[in-house]
Design a binder for this molecule. Structure first.
Ligand SMILES: Cc1cc2nc3c(=O)[nH]c(=O)nc-3n(C[C@H](O)[C@H](O)[C@H](O)COP(=O)(O)OP(=O)(O)OC[C@H]3O[C@@H](n4cnc5c(N)ncnc54)[C@H](O)[C@@H]3O)c2cc1C
Length: 659
């Protein structure tokens, strides 16, 4: 048992004594260490917050610094006011007879020994001895261990008091604990002052949730501000599996650019985060509110303007569903080339924000190659239009490209002028089937070297059931992988070059007609290439075509070494692999298997070794934010952060993501 120092108050839990006493000034550096260790273990603490934690001597002017000891070593700390009438800030908003203790901290190595509970116990007694009747504390969602401790001690959550966000959008949680009467001292002077003291309502300025919502309501008279649980719940998810504890405060669906501008300017004024939501089909968690903020859903910004056939362009608002653009273009013999598999369900604003790829990108480029101009609302609410209506435009820095792929962290895209191309008059497809993945990869790599330009070039596992179609029955027998290659150029030349390229590999070939091709693509779009009830780690790496076979070999090797299953569909012409490692999940399993994350990490690292990228088209979002630095390096990350600061100095746009 630990020795109790003379003069220290010992809390005894389960036979284990935790001495608590006041720290001496010489011990402040160690106290600071414990505070920083404890808080940084819980969440990403800002530099300002760390500086405040370290200023123990500063806090000691108004607070008593209590430390908990384990074997003479300081392992925990808590601060209680010296004089409840003179705390660091004004008492104007503090309820009568209520005060708090501050900076409850337990060094991570000493957790699980009852140190935190003992410190709370001690602080409650100290506050009671000052005549205080109720302890009121603030904490955050990220302080999970502390919240559990408060709740188990008997603190009660007070949602009606949770009206503020701080530190870039974290909601301040409120808990209170009524000090038992036998621990409340009678302090007549304190009682007399508290009985007279008036308490003001919380200020409704920066960070105030009611203040922000009130201002928004006054300024956006035509827009409904949705705060019902169904709207908030819907805004909380995209097609990734990310879950966040912080949640949206409100959702709006503006119908005009001016409304977007007003909403963003108001959020900026109140320092409330803004999350832009297109159709919520993102796979990287990009649209998920990671803080308590406003969700601007673009679904009602859905005007599709008439085509300009001469300029081969079309102006669209951000919420238009991408497939609608293709339909309109086709009516005039034109087409919008970037066609993600989600074109029927995703918005053009989301496609622009993620710089989406698609089936035809192998020939016509990604979304960025089809965006001529953008209208965007900046973080201060101002509206800019980048680029112009021309394909050629070298006037100044290319902000159109900067915003394309910026995932809602730099601006809200509200309109775009898109480039259209003549609808190809002919096309011809080949489906080549192979017995194993590496052989299919070798064939694909050889096609990439064959000086042909497919307009679609995909790799996928042979879908189950496809052999039931008589035309496919023979070809799929004994084969597991297929390449789908479409060309809209001089088809006989292309076809013969492709057939020549794959000649060395065992394969079967089908020349599907249009309907058969559409059917195979529908299987490609629909098929979830991994079983139900599995733990899964997805990936969206891309490598240059010359690295394709090496990447596929690594995929198989990594899966085998970790004992995992894998699945793959690939925009193989541009080396973009949608991979998933998976392993069986039993109903009793609760912990995500580490092998999955390890396998995913190894595959991402392999992609970088081969000169590729961590994400070809789905974006960084929440999913890959820890990997971005490994691709672009610290200097470039800092440069990107500097751009973010220049465009969004208060950090309100999509915080908690990659910048
Ligand atoms: C079945 C399926 C197939 C898919 N296939 C493909 C594919 O082939 N290629 C591909 O690239 N992706 C694909 N995806 C992923 C997804 O559809 C794309 O990332 C798409 O571009 C997201 O569009 P969204 O409107 O759903 O955006 P959301 O998911 O709502 O948002 C995505 C990101 O963009 C930001 N954002 C959205 N709108 C705006 C705006 N107006 N201004 C600023 N930021 C904005 C959000 O904040 C978020 O960071 C697929 C997804 C599914 C479910």
């Amino acid at each position: 048992m630990t020795l109790v120092e003379e003069g220290a108050h010992a809390q005894v839990r389960d036979g284990y004594a935790i001495p608590i006493r006041e720290a001496t000034p010489q011990e402040y550096p160690r106290v600071a260490e414990v505070l920083v260790e404890s808080f940084t273990a819980a969440f990403d603490v800002s530099d300002m917050y760390i500086a405040d934690l370290r200023d123990v001597a500063g806090h000691a002017k108004a607070f008593r610094i209590w430390v908990a000891l384990d074997d003479q070593e300081i392992v925990g700390a808590v601060l209680t006011p010296k004089d409840p009438l003179h705390i660091e800030e004004s008492l104007e908003y503090v309820e009568r007879w209520e005060r708090d203790f501050r900076m409850l901290a337990v060094s991570p190595a000493a957790r699980g020994k009852g140190v935190g509970r003992s410190l709370i116990d001690h602080a409650v007694r100290e506050l009671g001895a000052l005549g205080i009747r109720r302890v009121a504390i603030n904490t955050g969602l990220r302080m999970k261990a502390a919240r559990k401790l408060y709740e188990s001690y008997g603190f009660v959550r007070r949602p009606e008091r949770e009206t503020m966000v701080v530190d870039g959008g974290y909601r301040v949680l409120s808990y209170t604990f009524d000090i038992p009467e036998n621990l409340q001292a009678e302090v007549p002077r304190f009682d007399a002052i508290e009985a007279q003291r008036t308490v003001s309502p919380q200020p409704e300025g920066q960070g105030s949730i009611p203040g922000f919502l009130k201002a928004l309501g006054l300024r956006l008279k035509q827009t409904t501000i949705l705060t019902d649980s169904a709207s908030l719940e819907e805004a909380q998810h995209d097609r990734s599996s990310y879950e966040e504890e912080e949640s949206a405060l409100a959702v709006i669906r503006p119908e005009t650019i001016e409304e977007v501008s007003t909403a963003v300017a108001t959020a900026n004024e109140y320092r409330i985060p803004v999350f832009v939501r297109g159709a919520g089909t993102g796979l990287a968690g990009g649209a998920i509110p990671t803080r308590s903020g406003l969700v601007i859903a673009t679904s009602s910004l859905n005007t599709l303007y008439p085509l300009n056939v001469t300029d081969r362009s079309v102006r669209v608002q951000a919420g238009v569903i991408t497939a609608e653009i293709s339909k309109l273009a086709a009516s005039e013999g034109l087409f919008y080339a970037p066609d993600p598999a989600s074109a029927d369900i995703s918005s053009i604003g989301g496609n622009i924000a993620t710089n989406a790829g698609g089936f035809h990108c192998v020939k016509y480029g990604v979304t960025r190659d089809s965006v001529l101009s953008l209208t965007a609302v900046l973080a201060d609410g101002s509206i800019i239009t980048t680029g112009s209506g021309t394909v050629k435009d070298v006037a100044g820095l290319d902000l159109t490209s900067l915003l394309t792929g910026s995932e809602g962290v730099l601006a809200v895209v509200v309109e775009a002028v898109l480039r259209l191309r003549p609808l190809p008059e002919q096309s011809h497809a080949l489906i080549c089937l192979f017995p194993d993945l590496i052989e299919a990869g070798r064939a694909a790599q050889r096609i990439s070297s064959a000086r042909v330009q497919p307009s679609v070039f995909e790799l996928m596992a042979v879908p189950p059931g496809i052999g039931r179609n008589a035309r496919f029955a023979d070809a799929v027998r004994g084969n597991s992988w297929m390449l789908i290659i479409e060309s809209d150029e001089d088809t006989p030349v292309t076809t013969s070059r492709i057939e020549e390229a794959i000649q060395p590999y065992r394969h079967a070939t089908i020349h599907p007609d249009e309907e058969e091709l559409r059917w195979v693509f529908s299987l490609r779009k629909r098929g979830k290439p991994y079983p139900e009830d599995v733990w899964m780690a997805g990936g969206d790496t891309a490598v240059p075509p010359s690295g394709l076979v090496d990447m596929l070999v690594s995929l198989e090797e990594i899966a085998h070494r970790h004992g995992l299953g894998y699945s793959l569909v690939a925009h193989v012409g541009d080396g973009n692999l949608h991979t998933a490692f998976f392993t069986g999940r039993h109903t009793t399993d609760t912990a995500y298997p580490r092998a999955l994350e390890q396998a995913r990490r190894e595959l991402i690292e392999r992609s970088l070794e081969l000169g590729g990228t961590i994400t070809g088209e789905h974006g960084v979002g929440v999913d890959l934010k820890d990997y971005l630095g490994s691709q672009i390096g610290g200097r470039q990350l800092e440069l990107q952060r500097a751009i973010k600061r220049a465009m969004d100095p208060n950090g309100i746009l999509n915080p908690g993501k990659w910048l």
